[in-house]
Design a protein around this ligand. Sequence first.
Ligand code: SAJ
Length: 425
Amino acid sequence: MERRIEKICVIGLGYIGLPTASMLANHGYRVVGVDIDRERVKSIEEGSLNIVEPGLKTLVSGAINSGNLKVKTTPEDADAYIICVPTPVKWENNLPKCDLSYVYNAIESIKPHLNDGNLIIIESTVPPRTTERIYQYLNNGRKIYMAYCPERVLPGKILKELVENDRIIGGVNRESAELAKEIYSSFVDGNIYITDSTTAEMVKLMENTYRDVNIALANEFAKICEEIKVNVWEAIALANKHPRVNILNPGPGVGGHCISVDPWFIVEVYKNAKLIRCARELNDGMPYYVCDLLCKELERRGIENAKVAIFGVAYKGNVEDTRESPGRKVIEYLLSKGISISIYDPYVKTFDYPLEDLKDAVKNADAILVITDHKDFKNFKEEEIREIYRLMRNKIVMDTRNIIKRELWRKVGFYVKLLGDGKGE
Ligand code: SAJ
């Protein structure tokens, strides 16, 4: 089939924009990747990415070497524009609101380049009706096409999921959706479903809200199990044996740039979304809850001037991403209580607090607080645990992820506390 679109401008070269731009370039499109951050553009050109994602480096260098991908700081004329900029949450009068300023700036930057027949796709997560409103604004006197196509990839598996996942395309009209489908069909192996733009916006928010509410339920179960002396992990595993039950895992809170943020965009358009708000607040409170559990243990033992070694500040296992990480709240809270901290995270390279290697982090520590489910924490060998034991002042480990080999740590001599295990085996 002859392509109606040949040249595409991708605005925003982050976790989604860069892989998407490279993928399109590797599938024969002429792609201009645009990012306002000059440093980022330079590092992409030089092949040194500041994003750690399996296979991405090869994909990007392939795209650049083929001549199909160029990166710069300003957009240029193209047949289609794909917007992949962040949409953080901001607070106004105690109410959450989607910060659309990056999206609006992106729209303004492409506006002078727009011609009749051009297609604009928004991939950033936005509150319902945003695409329609932008379309009304841009279509004034022009004939453009517009669609909302949410990304649904999982950090750590972005390249695989970009190709394999099903895709939802919401057009402001049928022609827009069909035109957007032409682009995604070039590299997506999954099914492509077409709908209207507002439904597509809601679908994206519902997917992530479903996970957030499910995790909140798991966290509430964990708190209850602490009280009634049940092991929540065992109880969830058994409940999930039911063919129609699938409870997620409790933990120290929900991080990342999606699940901890997107539910607020529903609350923004529907203030009465009580369940969604409550789940958000419950998950946001988890970092403090786990700290309080640990503090109780420190107090019980009369440990003063405590030092806690925090294991993991990435928002989840095996990634270097620290956006909205529960670890940050844990650090701030412990520091506010006069507890000194050290941080060990084998994945994270830069962070707002100093990172240390394993030995320095545990030296003279009273407790280890495991926040992230990195596989490295599961794989500690007995000799390594013995070395950690030797270096620490008091021998407490609190695991908020059910990730460490508790039996091995106990065998070495540690007191191990698992979040949600009221039985305290
Ligand atoms: N978490 C728990 N318990 C669980 C699962 C996760 O506490 O049982 C925590 C994680 O540790 C993390 C947070 O929740 O802090 C979110 O992690 P996640 O793996 O659920 O999701 P993300 O934010 O890495 O990526 C999600 C993905 N959505 C789903 O898995 C439904 C991805 O497909 C989306 O593309 C992405 O959000 C997004 O961009 O919206």
